[in-house]
Design a protein around this ligand. Structure first.
Ligand code: NDP
Length: 269
């Protein structure tokens, strides 16, 4: 397996005349965990990492069929996939995939903290239970999974967390709880980068803008306004986020850590 930081760029690796990476997949021999990988951005990330050569463990809560479909597609790339039913809101569930990855595949190189929930609406209508649930999944679960991953990762590994453009700029009412939860990830990401840097492990935060998923469908009632707030005037596709996650987890991202990468169609521009 290649050392992530020492991957050689080679001219004409694939006969196309372009510069490419030496060897098979950029993540060949690596093992990844993607929380919330049954649908949406997480499913696209899982398939992207598998297409780059990684074996991938995904978690889900409700969508068993969808999760197994993602595992089948991972298998079709020639890599191993595993679906684990694990609720990130539970302390044990938040770390279950990390533990299974090590138990089944023997190592962990990439953690993608993707599972997230949104509870939007006026602050007066958000209940204490809403606050507890959103913070449990979007913040505590990310912390616990990152802590578990840091305990088993080696040099060259990476943690990529999916935040939100709402952490930086809240363009309308109704986002208090969700924006608060996603903003917390900025502090975690920077501190993780500082703490894990000496071990050669990177930590980066991806900030998606509106992306067409079950959580935020491009034909939903709030969609037109969100699309209009981007420079590109449209929703993103899950794979447009997944490609950036794959880059951050691979050789291209080896000197990036503590960064916040907007993948938002210019929402923050
Ligand atoms: P979806 O709701 O479409 O998918 C969410 C995924 O997470 C599903 O696989 C779901 O599994 C899983 N999931 C939900 N709750 C939990 C939980 N408690 N524990 C484990 N898994 C869980 O969301 P998106 O793909 O849109 O969002 C993915 C991430 O991107 C989230 O963190 C979200 O906040 C963030 N994001 C999304 C944006 C968007 O516009 N879509 C914009 C900015 C950020 P299942 O249904 O099988 O239970």
């Amino acid at each position: 397996m290649k050392d992530r930081a020492n991957t050689k760029y080679v001219k004409d690796a694939d006969g196309s005349g372009a510069y490419g990476f030496e060897g098979a997949g950029e993540l060949a021999g690596r093992v990844a965990v993607v929380t919330g990988g049954s649908r949406g951005i997480g499913a696209a990330v899982a398939l992207r990492l598998a297409s780059l050569g990684a074996d991938v463990v995904i978690t889900y809560v409700r969508g068993e069929d969808a999760a197994h479909d993602v595992v089948r597609k991972i298998g079709a790339t020639g890599r191993r996939g595993l679906a684990v039913r694990a609720d990130s809101a539970d302390a044990d569930g938040a770390v279950a995939a990390v533990e299974r990855a090590v138990a089944e595949f023997g190592r962990l190189d990439v953690l993608v903290n993707n599972a997230g929930v949104g509870r939007l609406g006026p602050i007066g209508g958000l209940t204490t239970d809403d606050v507890d649930e959103v913070l449990a999944v979007n913040v505590r679960g990310v912390f616990l999974a990152s802590r578990a991953a840091a305990g088993v990762m080696g040099r060259g590994a990476s943690i990529v967390t999916i935040g939100s453009c709402m952490a930086q700029r809240v363009p309308g009412a109704g986002g208090t709880l969700y924006a608060m939860s996603k903003a917390a990830l900025s502090g975690l990401n920077r501190a993780l980068a500082r703490e894990l840097g000496e071990r050669g492990i990177t930590a980066n935060l991806v900030l998606p803008g509106p992306v067409d998923t079950g959580m935020n469908p491009a034909d939903g009632p709030m969609a037109a306004g969100q699309a209009a707030m981007t420079a590109l005037g449209r929703f993103g596709a899950p794979d447009e986020v997944a490609s950036v996650v794959g880059f951050l987890a691979g050789p291209g991202g080896s000197y990036m850590t503590g960064a916040e990468v907007a993948v938002d169609g210019g929402h923050a521009a």
